[in-house]
Design a binder for this molecule. Structure first.
Ligand code: 5AD
Length: 451
């Protein structure tokens, strides 16, 4: 049977989609190739959120074409996911050696389409139409390498976004919001837990809008909180995470859920995007800075050790130095544990891309550097503050940098590397933090703790 290699760009939803495609293909008898060079089929699962991500995938495909054209002309090449969705046929017009372009609502057809291409019954396939019910199709998991079981898993709960932030291409690549039913999601989570998973991350482009149109508010609880409660009931599940929420979805019911549901970890990824009210308005974010800060304060009151991470865009069109300083001041005020900073990248057919007051590239670059330094200083201080503390980690597997050591994650989403072994995989361990690096903690599980 053919061997397939899938390379993934972008967010956790893309990782999850790739995993589901890999599971679908292996169920049909395909094998997973260890590298592109050993593959009969190479699929790039793409990201469109910034131009850089698109250019990387396009460059990669051009290199694959150059490498395979003469020596391995039968290798099947495909684009999946967000860029496939937004560019469609255009990708084959640009790179005629590409065989398959499969959009975000069509992942579950990957095996059938590859069969058709490999058998020669169809030459090229471009499939980017909408499909009713596609939100419920990303269900298959690839968990069991024979010796090692996955401890953590992603579960897709909804697709799409109706928010229409003026910078963002996602409503175009992922479509309108569609949610899966609670029992369907709970069954998938239960099955994962029965296969050894201890931590589940619920995924969606805007999870706080989960079920808004289909599931009525019950006893003051939104559909998303009802879902959290239902997943929380699963015996054997230790931790629940979710990403990405929208700050304006943090109603009292969700804050209260943090106080009430112990499996919900002490971590919130709260994309702020900017600290300037003027820019937040232009971005169409639907909240002002004060409301954002209020949410963080309430979360910290509910869970004092909560880790707060964020996404910030610098150089949004019209962003002045004063606006940027508001963002710097937000970073100092909130003291994020981690922040992902993005230089604004104009995306096609988004309102902000068409405005005439684009910020020069070098200014975006400089603001990126300045903000990065501020974020790193604050986060560094926070990480060092954990040295000497005893924290619970869930051991995920060998450290990628140094496979002789093991790695786990704290409940507040910090990575801890420690001297452990395979037998620790899947265990909840208390470790003493003995050192802090940049965005990594080093732990020791043998020394007695301070508390
Ligand atoms: N330019 C730069 N960053 C962007 N993001 C989304 N769209 C853009 C864009 N056009 C960032 C936002 C979002 C994260 C996933 O990507 O910060 O939260």
């Amino acid at each position: 049977m053919p061997a397939v290699y899938i390379k993934t760009y972008g967010c956790q939803m893309n990782e999850r989609d790739s995993e589901a495609v890999a599971a679908q293909l292996t169920a049909k008898g395909y094998t997973l190739a260890p590298s592109e060079a050993a593959a009969d089929v190479v699929l790039l699962n793409t990201c469109s959120v910034r131009d850089l991500a698109e250019q990387k995938a396009l460059g990669k495909m051009a290199a694959l074409i150059a490498e395979t054209r003469h020596r391995r002309p039968n290798v099947v090449l495909g684009f999946l996911g967000c860029m496939a969705q937004s560019r469609g046929q255009e990708l084959i017009d640009q790179l005629p050696d590409v065989d398959l372009v499969l959009g975000t609502q069509k992942f579950h057809h990957a095996a059938d389409y590859l069969d058709e291409i490999l058998s020669g019954s169809r030459e090229k396939i471009v499939e980017v139409a909408e499909e009713d019910g596609s939100e419920a199709t990303v269900r298959e998991h690839l968990l069991d390498g024979r010796a090692r079981k996955s401890v953590t898993a992603f579960v897709s709960i909804m697709q799409g976004c109706n928010q229409h932030c003026t910078f963002c291409i996602v409503p175009r690549t992922r479509g309108r919001e569609r949610s899966r039913a609670i029992p369907d999601i709970v069954n998938e989570c239960r099955d994962l837990v029965s296969r050894g998973v201890k931590e589940i991350t619920l995924l969606g482009q805007i999870v706080t809008s989960y079920g808004k149109r289909d599931i009525p508010v019950k006893g003051g609880k939104s559909a998303f909180v009802q879902l959290l409660e239902a997943v929380h009931e699963i015996d054997g599940l230790e931790r629940i995470r979710f990403t990405s929420p929208h700050p304006k979805g943090y109603g009292e019911d969700l804050i209260e859920a943090y106080a009430r549901l112990p499996k919900l970890v002490e971590h919130a990824h709260l994309p702020a995007q900017s600290g300037s009210d003027r820019i937040l308005k232009l971005m169409h974010r639907g909240y002002a800075r004060e409301r954002y800060v209020g949410i963080v304060e309430k979360l910290r009151r509910a869970r004092p050790t909560i880790g707060v991470s964020t996404d910030i865009i610098v150089g949004f069109p019209g962003e002045t130095q004063a606006d940027f300083e508001e963002t710097l001041s937000l970073a100092r005020q909130v003291e994020f544990d981690q922040a992902f900073i993005f230089k604004y990248s104009p995306r096609r057919d988004t309102p902000a891309a068409g405005t005439t007051d684009q910020v020069p590239q070098e200014v975006r670059e400089e603001r990126n550097q300045v903000l990065l330094q501020t974020i790193n200083e604050i986060a560094g201080r926070k990480y060092r503050g954990l040295v000497g503390r005893r924290v619970q980690i869930l051991v995920e597997g060998p450290s990628r940098k140094n496979p002789a050591r093991m790695t786990g994650r704290t409940r507040c989403n910090k990575i801890v590397v420690f001297d452990g072994s395979e037998r620790h995989r899947g265990q909840l361990l208390d470790v003493n933090i003995i050192r802090a690096g940049s965005f990594t903690l080093y732990g020791d599980s043998d020394l007695p703790g301070e508390d």
